[in-house]
Design a protein around this ligand. Structure first.
Ligand SMILES: [Zn+2]
Length: 112
């Protein structure tokens, strides 16, 4: 009977759960196969200049804050990064951290 054969092929096409036991990836694979390449070089991401208009990027130095350097506004914790020394961690969370810092917020209020 041809009709019966067609029905089994359709059901196998949609995947019967009894056939799934063939997938066994827990054993036999070398664990050290995946390369851990998290060591990507940090680089300045140019669209940040449009997003954070206060960033001043100096090549080979890092990022400065145009607002805070203007009035030499130093944060209370004594850190001079973004103002006297460039911020060299090219990560958006570092940018956001400065943006949310008190000295920067004060600077924005002074500018207004
Ligand atoms: Zn600032």
């Amino acid at each position: 009977m041809k009709r019966g054969a067609d029905q089994t092929s359709i059901s196998s096409f949609f995947g019967t759960p009894s056939k799934r036991q063939a997938i066994e990836t827990s054993d036999g694979k070398p664990a050290n196969n995946s390369p851990k390449s998290t060591k990507h070089r940090d680089a300045f991401y140019k669209p940040w200049l449009q997003k954070y208009t206060w960033i001043v990027h100096e090549d080979d130095e890092g990022m400065f804050c145009a607002l805070c350097t203007k009035h030499k506004q130093l944060p209370r914790n004594g850190s001079t990064s973004w103002i006297k020394t460039p911020c060299q961690s090219y990560r958006e969370d570092a940018i956001r951290r400065h943006q949310d810092s008190t000295c920067h917020i004060v600077e924005i209020m002074l500018c207004i």
